[in-house]
Write a protein that binds this ligand. Structure first.
Ligand SMILES: NC(=O)c1ccc[n+]([C@@H]2O[C@H](COP(=O)([O-])OP(=O)(O)OC[C@H]3O[C@@H](n4cnc5c(N)ncnc54)[C@H](O)[C@@H]3O)[C@@H](O)[C@H]2O)c1
Ligand SMILES: [Zn+2]
Length: 568
């Protein structure tokens, strides 16, 4: 028996300044009928000056001491909701104190999004930093503090669609209350949690997490992950038989490693290998897989392991979503595209003759396990293609990532790319997708920004009947189209359009399309499912790292830009 500690009696909110701790805290306090204690307010009340003033006048160290004192006082009240200042959780002593009786919740949004909110707030003019300066300072703070915020018990994504004010606090409050009721006591009384909180070291966590509030999917990224597979499955509590689904190319290149790892751990399994290529994403192949699972008497407690690119992930994912009304699924992506995009988010599907991805489901995997070393065998064109989605994530959400991609072209596009850098960039990009998906798991709004470059991109694919362009290549041209449209609408300047073309070209991606007729592309766009009430929806940037969804793009402008991007 562990010595008894007071049960969970507080909800503690941590995260960057401006992320919404006070707003969420107020709503939580109201819902629970508890007092709200804001440690920044407590310091201000005691000293008669705001944290910003105190830091300027007395220095950071002196302020941190006042803050520690405020935390020590705050934790005496129970029950309570405690909203902490952005830096308070950097103190090991404060972390431990807050963890004694509190469920610690980390509110997370991109620094770009936080900057946008801070700027729109009524007290914006009193802030010491504004505009680009504020945004880049927030990105620095995010890098510095995230490893410590990751000590939290609960991760709460609060990314918001521009203009959708109000929706997020409600969703965040609901998530926290649900976790509090179902899981709070267990989380707070975990063995060695307090020692961990009081430790000076940053938290050790997966590269990213998808957490929809109902399901949680850790994403591990690194070299050697295939060998760690049995250990990961154990951590996830996944026993039973492993039904591995892959394609022949991937199995030939890397199948041995998975088979050996599973066998060494004494895990029973069977495998089914489909031909490589999009044609395997069909109801016919799905049918073969159902028969195979039935013959082997697969049960709901067994596991489907999708080992390959997006085709295998979508196919095996769809089978896992539907067989026995749902079996556990783990994604082992082996392409850049799948690691950064397809394997993350729970959308699974097969194609019909009438169109791609027409039959599908939302089925979150239990985990995504990406072994970077498998990318070495990818053909060069397929490897580079995947960077279109990485560049997309950077353009819509993460200017510092865009900078990294620009700086490290040579190391990332080399025949033998630097594995550590590649893992880092993949983790950062995967984290962005995971944040968006977690904030909007069923694609009600925010998730639409992930379609940047895809309106024209999909139309190019359809018009070229998927012959001329790989998906990422079509999206690259689509992002050029979106950039030019945004420029002509006065949203962005020529320099950002130039940045699009330079970074895409550096990764070997096309800036224009060929072998398709502009009329066919424009016709395909009119049939696209993103057309609502006759209006074409476009994801456009209004700055690097800031995407908005617009339905007021003049048709003539679209036509002009599309024609300009198709080579005769
Ligand atoms: N579910 C989603 O959210 C989502 C998102 C984006 C794309 N997708 C889907 O993903 C699919 C495209 O994914 P993809 O580009 O990974 O295609 P893919 O799975 O067809 O893989 C591309 C090719 O690379 C081979 N390959 C895979 N890994 C390899 C490796 N490590 N070494 C050598 N060869 C390897 C494959 O055999 C295949 O021939 C499409 O069907 C698309 O619809 C789904
Ligand atoms: Zn895509």
């Amino acid at each position: 028996m562990t010595p008894s500690r007071p049960a969970a009696q507080q909800i503690v909110l941590v995260g960057l300044s401006g992320v919404g701790k006070s707003t969420v805290g107020r709503a939580l306090a109201e819902r629970l009928g508890w007092p709200l204690i804001d440690t920044d307010d407590a310091v201000t009340r005691r000293e008669g000056k705001t944290p910003a003033q105190l830091i300027t006048e007395r220095g950071e160290t002196a302020f941190r001491q006042l803050e520690e004192r405020a935390v020590a006082e705050a934790v005496r009240t129970a029950p309570a909701v405690i909203a902490t200042g952005g830096g308070a959780f950097m103190s090991a002593r404060s972390r431990r104190a807050l963890g004694e009786r509190g469920l610690i919740c980390y509110l997370d949004a991109t620094p770009g999004e936080i900057a946008r909110r801070v700027q729109g707030a009524p007290d914006a003019q009193e802030r010491p930093l504004l505009g680009r300066e504020l945004q880049s300072r927030l990105y620095e703070l995010d890098d510095e503090r995230r490893p410590f915020y990751n000590h939290a018990d609960l991760w709460v994504p609060v990314q918001e669609r521009a203009g959708a004010a109000g929706a997020v606090p409600e969703a965040a409050v609901a998530r926290i209350v649900r976790a509090w009721v179902t899981d709070g006591p267990r989380l707070v009384s975990q063995p060695s949690r307090l020692e961990r909180l009081g430790d000076a070291a940053p938290a050790r966590v997966p590269a990213a997490i998808v957490d929809t509030g109902e399901e949680r999917c850790p994403i591990w990224i690194g070299a050697g992950e295939l060998e760690r597979l049995p250990e990961r499955l154990r951590m996830l509590g996944l026993g039973g038989t492993v039904f591995l689904i892959s394609d022949s190319t991937v199995m030939e290149a890397h199948g041995q490693r998975v088979a050996r790892a599973l066998a060494a751990a004494g895990i029973a399994g069977a495998s089914y290998i489909v031909p490589p290529g999009e044609s395997s994403k069909s109801l016919r192949v799905a049918g073969e897989l159902y028969t195979w699972l039935a013959e082997r008497r697969a049960e709901r407690s067994d596991l489907v392991l999708a080992f390959g690119g997006g085709v295998v992930g979508d196919l095996a994912g769809y089978v896992a979503a539907s067989y026995l009304r749902g079996m556990p699924l783990v994604q082992l992506p082996t392409t850049v595209l799948a690691m950064n995009d397809a394997a993350i988010g729970g959308k699974v599907a097969v194609d019909l003759p009438a169109g791609k991805n027409l039959v599908g489901a939302f089925h979150q995997p239990r985990a995504v396990i990406a072994d970077i070393s498998t990318l070495r065998t990818l053909p060069r064109r397929a490897y580079l293609e995947g960077f279109a989605e990485v560049i997309k994530h950077a353009l819509i959400l993460d200017p510092p990532l865009l900078g990294e991609l620009e700086r490290h072209v040579a190391r990332l596009t080399a025949d033998d790319p630097d594995p550590e850098l590649l893992a880092c960039v993949t983790a950062r990009s995967a984290r962005l997708k995971a944040l968006i998906v977690s904030s909007d798991p069923y694609e009600h709004g925010l998730r639409a920004i992930l379609n940047y470059g895809h309106t024209v991109g999909h139309a190019l694919e359809t018009a070229g009947a998927y012959r001329h362009h790989l998906h990422g290549e079509a999206v690259a041209v689509g992002m050029m189209a979106a950039a030019r449209i945004a420029e002509r609408m006065g949203l962005i300047d020529e320099a950002l359009v130039q940045r699009h073309s330079e970074v895409l070209r550096a990764y070997g991606l096309p800036l224009a399309a060929s072998g398709v007729r502009p009329e066919a592309v424009l016709a395909a766009m009119r049939l696209d499912k993103k057309v609502q009430a006759g209006r074409q929806r476009f994801v456009l940037l209004d700055d690097a790292g800031r995407a908005t969804v617009r339905d007021d793009v003049p048709a003539a402008l679209v036509e002009d830009v599309v024609r300009g991007l198709i080579e005769p």
